[in-house]
Design a protein around this ligand. Sequence first.
Ligand code: AMP
Ligand code: DBH
Length: 541
Amino acid sequence: MLDHCTPWPAECAERYRAAGHWTGETFGALLARLAAEHAGRVAVVSGGDRWTYRDLDERASRLAAGLHALGVRPRDRVIVQLPNTAVFLETAFALFRLGAIPVFTLPAHRSSEIVHLARHSEAVAYIVAASHDGFDYRTLARRVREEVPGVRHVLVADGDAAEFTPFDSVPVPVAGTPEWPEPDASDVALFQLSGGTTGTPKMIPRTHDDYLYSIRASAEICGLTPETVFLAALPVAHNFPMSSPGVFGVLHAGGRVVMAPHPAPGTAFPLIEAERVTLTGLVPPLALLWMETARTTRHDLSSLEVLQVGGARFSDEAAARVRPVLGCDLQQVYGMAEGLVCYTRADEPEEYRLTTQGRPISADDEIRVVDRHGDDVPPGTPGELLTRGPYTIRGYYRADEHNAAAFTPDGFYRTGDVVRRTPSGHLVVEGREKDQINRGGEKVAAEEVENHLLAHPAVRDAAVVAVPDAFLGERTCAVVVPRGDAPTAAELRAFLRGRGLAGYKIPDRVEIVARFPVTGVGKISKRELRRALAAGLAPTA
Ligand code: AMP
Ligand code: DBH
């Protein structure tokens, strides 16, 4: 396995292989098999493009060889920042085939995140779109290349590449060009990102074996077939639309992926009608927006069979409205890029589908619900969810110190989620212990934003906490103790943007206070802060 990754203990790996979870197939081999089975069927629809499985396979092979000719080697890390396009899949499979390891970042990430990840992963290349949503990624690429000289290649997937390498100038290999060793399925295939709780985003190494198991099992649980038409509405770099069952699960089943450049109804509804979409996945705020818009839409959404909702808690009331308003079934998905994914199942009683966040994929997913001492709580009592299993990581990449806290000595991942387990084995997400804000499915690590705020000369101390919000579930509030004249909210926001922080991490609300409420031992009491803010009071001690 790649250095600085924590492998599963040998006896676990053996058990997962014996159980048939880990098959030894790689993503590159999978695409070749799919291209043989589904050759002329359309794999992906994106803008004006309609690529068959054969097209995708050929393009991925050619790009893999081209990247190799440029000097990208197996196990090299490559930062990928692409919107929802067919090229995303071409790039992912090219890197898988080459055994180079994509670090999947979100289109919303900016220099703060990308520079850190490029450094931390020692990336050799950065693959971007020229622009998306009015943002020019070439500007970002210039800054990344300046600050991280190890990034030798910037490839621009479409549009005018400026001083960078356009995709269509990647050398086209000729027969007999150098081959590289076939990647091993037990090795790292890709890096996902954690929403995290720490100052910098954590990288999650996923192997071919473990990720493909979660994808294959997800496709089965969700009943995917070659007739499945999946609308990728959320950014596909995210673990949910990528693998639960997501674009890879749909391809695995021989179905069709329709790439939506944006998840808003104005873009998504016409695509659902035109492509007869059967399945899609959303975070709760988007599901609410879709339901609102569907009441008056002129678009035909009748092909939609299942709407998946996950990433944050979907309220029971909203869950009950999905079928009446959208005419499709709801599937709740509770997952994490670190591994564990839970689904409600189509054949379960409605009560479970509408009021729980599902149950784990695998009989080999081990679940513990514990109190603050780490002792198991009685069934039905809320506690922190700990988990380990055949597709849950044993450690973040190059993060020894953090790993010692984030995992138990016997390898359980501490999710930081507070859940309750029903007698049926379903999980209900009741809350959270980790220092994170879940902003409608987008995770914001409080410490990361606090560190940026502390860099401002007029900030003496800062605490970022969640405040409840009817639409997003939670919004972020930065509470600041000033040094001298208090900075304005606008100044602080501009300052954070200038530091290259992703837009969804910029605080929604800023409050200035003289001092923080503290706990008995003198630490900032975020619980007290949240309570004061929710009550609309000045959060001063
Ligand atoms: P990450 O670790 O960044 O991949 O984010 C995963 C986290 O998102 C989980 O640990 C939960 O806190 C949250 N999450 C995901 N799906 C749900 C859901 N259906 N309900 C409540 N929280 C969720
Ligand atoms: O929020 C998540 O990270 C998430 C939600 C649903 C996830 O990673 C997943 C399904 O796989």
